[in-house]
Design a protein around this ligand. Structure first.
Ligand SMILES: Cc1cc2nc3c(=O)[nH]c(=O)nc-3n(C[C@H](O)[C@H](O)[C@H](O)COP(=O)(O)OP(=O)(O)OC[C@H]3O[C@@H](n4cnc5c(N)ncnc54)[C@H](O)[C@@H]3O)c2cc1C
Length: 529
């Protein structure tokens, strides 16, 4: 399969890039599940942008820098935030229907860490509305081919070529891709490849992310020799629904923005004891406050209460949350919601420049898989959809230019299974999945310590060896590939967390509880091809 642009992933970042480049060459979108299955489709709160005349770019910039605690790249913050209103306009032109107020203006919500109401939303299902519009446009475009149930296994680089065909600089030539239905490995050769595979929440036992978020893109890039940055900064969302049958259901920050209050099971509000901003403090502070109270009390959850607001308002503003909770027997108009923190968002990822280029020639990355410098040590709410939308455009503009300079394609060898046989030990996989996710939650979670990180490091070393051996002996499948990627991502998080001997933003270590100016720099993990 030969294509000009190969897009790995079909969330906001991937599909927006695909549409932007589609008039300039052939586009192939490869995605692990069905096209609409992406974290994007789960986003509830919305996209942050300065849209109210009383608001200012400087306000949004300062809120972003404050959340990022000294690690944001200020030039990136300024560029993305100034561009945000145009991004919203562009999405509306594509057909995204944002909620409007009675006067017909965009309705804007206030979220934690924001000084103003500046979050454009489509009720409480913003991501689903964005994904709907993007999927519809991509399906209609004659230059875009979509391969569902196809999973990228590895990027094709110089190491896959005969020596005389290798380019002098390390370069990406596309990807080997598993057809999940037929188990066949196909070669997708591309002039430009975009990684838009999203985050890695599944590395933790409790997460708001869908099952697809197994850090594939981060692992692919590392194995191809790319640099990854700030992998220790994992955002834990303070409020996921606590219910034995609910899997990964988030209760949006907007609920607190509209007056929701976190309470102990005694009914006492408690966040003000941790931060004067109370329930609208940034996510790291709220998540740590909940974690600390849960550890103190031994209770499995705290309450999030919005039942003091009029019932019709709750149903209209949060129809998705209202209906989902009702399904589990919780009427949020009359009762508080049981909530716990869960792994939610990766601030770190594949290092890119301001055009979305990675350190590997002809490979770009955008969306949650990438580290652009926008979020620093902590992401401000609703800045990630913005980052995905904006960087998909910057990367597309750059890719269109690059295509014009592209070289003759070399001969790419087919995938070599090297005598792998069918596995009769799938139990090894399920055991390792469970083990990694559990020790990552317990030892590398919201509150870390040197001892816990070292324990995690010892365990991941053993597991990496075991998984590596399994990978080379047996035929690959989706489960094995995800585990292989996830274990590498876990290793990178642990290494990065051990390197940072301080606490800053989302990285909190009880042995080094204060920030240290010596560590006011990005953590680098340089890939090994
Ligand atoms: C519950 C929830 C609510 C959120 N709410 C908000 C919000 O209100 N505002 C905000 O700004 N952010 C929010 N976020 C974060 C935001 O949704 C994500 O950061 C963003 O959608 C990521 O978009 P993306 O395109 O980078 O990745 P995704 O949308 O995750 O898409 C990744 C795609 O890559 C595919 N993929 C993965 N691996 C492979 C592979 N190996 N081969 C092929 N395909 C692959 C996946 O199947 C998927 O299609 C929320 C996140 C969650 C979990």
């Amino acid at each position: 399969m030969k294509t000009d642009f190969l897009v790995l992933g079909s969330g906001l970042a991937g599909l927006r890039f695909a549409l932007k480049v589609s008039d300039h060459g052939s586009v192939t979108v490869v995605t692990k599940g069905k096209i609409q299955e992406a974290t994007t489709a789960r986003a509830q709160g919305g996209i942050a942008a300065v849209l109210d005349p009383k608001d200012s770019f400087e306000g949004h910039i300062q809120d972003t820098l404050n959340a990022g605690e000294g690690l944001c790249h200020e030039e990136v913050v300024r560029q993305v935030i100034r561009d945000a209103p145009a991004q919203i306009k562009d999405l509306m032109q594509l057909g995204v229907q944002f909620s409007k107020d009675a006067a017909g203006h965009l309705a804007l919500a206030k979220e934690g860490g924001h000084g103003m109401a500046r979050v454009a939303h489509a009720q409480d299902a913003t991501g689903a509305e964005i994904e709907r519009a993007l999927v519809q446009s991509c399906r209609q475009h004659p230059n875009i081919k979509i391969f569902e149930d196809h999973m990228a296994v590895d990027l094709i680089t110089n190491r896959h070529l005969e020596s005389k065909q290798r380019s002098p600089k390390p370069r990406c030539y596309g990807a080997y891709v598993l057809d999940i239905k037929t188990q066949e490995i196909k070669t997708f050769q591309a002039k430009i490849t975009l990684l838009a595979t999203g985050g890695a929440g599944k590395v933790y036992l409790y997460t708001s992310n869908p099952d697809s978020a197994s850090g594939d893109g981060m692992a692919l890039a590392y194995r191809a020799g790319c640099t990854l940055t700030n992998m220790e900064f994992v955002q834990f969302h303070p409020t996921c629904l606590y219910h034995p049958e609910a899997k990964n259901f988030l209760i949006s920050e907007a609920l607190r923005g509209e007056g929701g209050i976190l309470k102990l099971l005694t009914g006492e509000p408690f966040i003000k004891r941790y931060d004067p901003r109370g329930d609208l403090a940034t996510r790291d502070i709220v998540a740590r406050a909940i974690d600390s109270e849960l550890k103190k009390s031994g209770n499995p959850y705290v309450w999030l209460d919005i039942s003091h607001k009029p019932s019709h308002f709750i149903k209209e503003r949060f129809p998705n949350i209202y209906q989902t909770c009702l399904k589990y027997g919780i009427d949020i108009t009359t009762s508080p919601i049981p909530v716990v923190p869960a792994a939610h968002y990766f601030c770190g990822g594949v290092a890119t420049n301001q055009q979305g280029r990675t350190t590997l020639e002809n490979l770009s990355a955008c969306g949650e898989v990438a580290h652009t410098g926008l979020h620093g040590a902590n992401r401000l709410a609703s800045n990630s959809l913005l980052e995905a939308a904006a960087y998909a455009c910057y990367a597309a503009q750059d890719a269109i230019q690059k295509l014009k300079e592209s070289h003759e394609s070399p001969n790419i060898p087919d995938w070599d299974p090297k005598g792998a046989t069918d596995s009769n030990e799938e139990v090894v996989l399920s055991q390792n999945w469970e083990e990694i996710r559990t020790f990552m939650w317990n030892y590398v979670g919201i509150v870390r310590s040197n001892k816990r990180l070292e324990r995690a490091q010892n365990r991941i070393k053993l597991l990496l060896d075991e998984i590596h051996e399994y990978y080379w002996n047996f035929k690959i499948n989706k489960n094995l590939l995800e585990l292989r990627n996830l274990s590498l991502v876990a290793h990178l998080i642990i290494q990065s967390a051990l390197w940072r001997k301080e606490s800053r933003g989302l990285h909190y270590n009880i042995d080094t509880p204060h920030s240290d100016p010596a560590y006011q720099k990005d953590t680098l993990a340089i890939g090994r091809p």
